[in-house]
Each structure stands twice: as C-alpha cells, then as structure tokens.
Design a protein around this ligand. Structure first.
Ligand SMILES: Nc1ncnc2c1ncn2[C@@H]1O[C@H](COP(=O)(O)OP(=O)(O)OP(=O)(O)O)[C@@H](O)[C@H]1O
Length: 341
C-alpha cells in the first residue's frame, strides 16, 4: 500500500541477541483502528515500542505521514501511547493529568483550558476535573489516560492492552468508548490485545501475530470466517482443525477420507463446533461429554478422527454420554487453510 499513513518496512526488532520481531511489513491507513492480536510473547508490545520510538529497530524502516521516523526520537514522533497500567500522576488532579503534556509544550491560559476541557468532554469526564486518580474507578482512570494522550493530537495513538485491567462490564463500556472516540476524532489507533473477542469487536483490521511475524492481516470478518492458517483458525475458535494430505484429513489415527471432494490448493480444513453436523453423516463417534451453553449444547465426541467438538441448538433432544452418534464434517462449509503449522 503506497498511500499508507503508517508503514513498517521489513522491521526487525531485537533485545540484544534475542530477535523478537523479524522482517515485519505492515501498512496502516489514516483513521484506521487496527488490532495487533496474538499469544503472549509473539512480539505485539515490541512492535508498539518500535512505533512509539522506545526501541530502535535492528533493521527496517518506519514511515509516518510521508516522513521516515525510524531514527526520530519518541517525543518528536506525534505518536501517543496508552499503557495497560494507566500511569496517571496520583498527586495531580484529573485536569492537571490531562494538561501535563500540553504544559510541557508551553501551552497555557485559555488555549490550555480549551484543549483540556475538550479532552475531558470527549471521554465524558468534564465533571471529574478536580478529582485525584484515586477517587476514580478503573474505567474512569483509563478514560483520563485516553484523554491525556488525545489532547496531544497524536498522528497515531497506540494502546497496549487498554482494557485488560478492567472487569467484564467495564471492558464492554470502554470498548464502546474507545470506538466512539476513535470514530469521532478520526485518529489512527493501534491496540494490542491477546483477546480475539476484543479484536473482532473493536478493530477495522486485525493483524494476527505469531513468533515475531505476521500470520494474517484481515478484517474481523475475514479473520473469523477465512483463517489463513491452522494457528489463526485455532485462535479464533475453530476447534476442529486438520491438515489435508493427499485429499484426506491427517488425524492422530492416520488419514481419513472426507465426506466430499477435497478442495484444491488447501493445506488444511477447519470446522467450528457449530459447523459439525450431528445425528447423521459419514462418521461415527461416541459422546464423551456434553455441556449446556445457553442457546446451544456442546458435545465432545470420541471418534476415529480424534476428539471432535460439536455444538447444536439446545432445544434439540440431548444425546446421552456414552451413546453412539453419527456426524458429518461438511466439506462445503469448512474453512480452507492455506497454510498448516
Ligand atoms: N526487555 C526484553 N529483553 C529481552 N527480551 C525481551 C524483552 N522484552 C520482550 N522480550 C522478548 O521478546 C519477545 C516478544 O515480547 P513482547 O513483549 O513483544 O510480546 P507480546 O506479544 O507483547 O507478549 P504479551 O502479550 O505477553 O505482552 C518475547 O520472546 C520476549 O521474551
């Protein structure tokens, strides 16, 4: 993408001899909300630190808004950073916390007041300007941290696990809040998460990382419906993932033929539990476990293909543990994995 707003070119990032990220290429458009998603240690935070200017790349380039910022110091990049611990100054009021960076830039008087006021308003905290951080809830503190970064008018705002310290209800609230602030201000945002649900819910585009590289980049719909690799499939909830060898499923018990013609140029096939057809089909299993999950009932089957996870409407008659159960893995509905392993 030549018109990318933020572009990472063949970025390699290392801590001494430990290479954490290798040859990373990523292009992000202006105003995009992008999630870096991946398991612990895959290099998400390291990538963010490099964009923020806190880590000098061992190789590669970073371009932002048409300029090469690879060697530009952190405070001259117009890149904001919100950490998972909000790092507010405990002795300063909410107002002064938000004003802090602006004061460093010698902004004062009515201009300062207007910008802090607008920042607090944008996160719904105008009434809390005089409080200290300790007098706020976790979600409110997070919003102060967001306002503090936003008033600096960054070109890119980086958020590292922004919601991980919040309880489930607050997390949902902050998700909506982040999305609203981002859409209203149009600021380009990149946030790190290891939670696929959060990434799917929030992002315009998801970058799935593994072992210091990119596994897949796509919209939430693409990642959710068309995972490119076994890792991504597994990560986004396809519980039945198989390599395809010579048109057959590779299973722990050897190759097993499919119930339909194998798609070409596919390294593997994957089914979500809800995509497994229960009650009839080419395969036979035994019910090992079952659990009620609200609208659905989940089944774990022992089968010649190994364990299979299935899920059907909870209104359907249940199958007893130990009973035989026919099933099908419909080839037509399966996700075709381009890469396996
Ligand atoms: N200061 C450091 N010194 C040496 N190695 C480090 C340092 N920080 C991170 N690493 C290593 O770099 C790799 C990437 O780490 P990074 O923190 O970027 O992962 P992450 O995806 O953000 O993980 P998490 O979700 O746990 O925060 C890991 O193998 C980690 O052990």
């Amino acid at each position: 993408m030549s018109d990318a707003y933020l572009q990472l070119d063949k970025l390699t990032l290392a801590y001494g001899d430990t290479v954490a990220v290798r040859d990373l290429d990523l292009a992000i458009g202006k105003g995009e909300l992008v999630a870096l998603l991946g398991p612990s240690g895959c290099g998400k935070t390291t990538t963010m630190r490099a964009i923020a200017g806190l880590l000098t790349p061992a190789a590669g380039r970073i371009r932002l808004d048409g300029a090469d910022i690879t060697r530009v110091s952190a405070n001259k990049r117009a890149v904001g950073l919100v950490f998972q611990s909000y790092a507010l100054f405990p002795h300063l009021t909410v107002y002064e916390n938000v004003a802090f960076g602006l004061r460093l830039k010698r902004i004062s008087g009515a201009d300062l007041d207007a910008r802090v006021g607008a920042g607090l308003k944008s996160v719904g905290l105008s009434a809390f300007a005089g409080r200290k951080p300790a007098e706020l809830s976790g979600g409110q503190q997070q919003r102060v941290a967001l306002a503090r970064s936003m008033v600096m008018e960054p070109k890119v705002l980086l958020l590292d696990e922004p919601l991980s310290n919040l309880d489930a209800r607050l997390r949902l609230e902050m998700r909506a809040e982040l999305q609203r602030v981002q859409k209203e201000t149009g600021v380009t945002m990149i946030f790190v998460t290891h939670d696929q649900v959060e990434a799917l819910a929030l992002a315009d585009r998801i970058v799935v990382m593994l072992n210091g590289g990119i596994e897949q980049i796509g919209t939430p719909e693409e990642i959710y419906n068309n995972p490119a690799s076994a890792f991504v499939a597994d990560f986004v909830g396809f519980e039945n993932v198989f390599a395809l060898k010579d048109g057959k499923l590779a299973t722990p018990n050897g190759p097993v033929g499919l119930s339909g013609p194998a798609p070409e140029a596919t390294a593997g096939l994957a089914w979500r539990p809800g995509m497994v057809k229960l009650g009839s089909g080419a395969f036979q299993g035994t019910v090992r476990g079952t659990s009620f999950a609200g609208n659905t009932r989940e089944y774990l089957l022992d089968t010649p293909l190994g364990p299979i996870k299935a899920e059907i409407d909870a209104g359907l008659p249940p199958h007893e543990i130990g009973s035989p159960l026919a099933f099908d893995l419909p080839v037509a509905g399966a996700a075709n994995l381009k890469r396996f392993g």
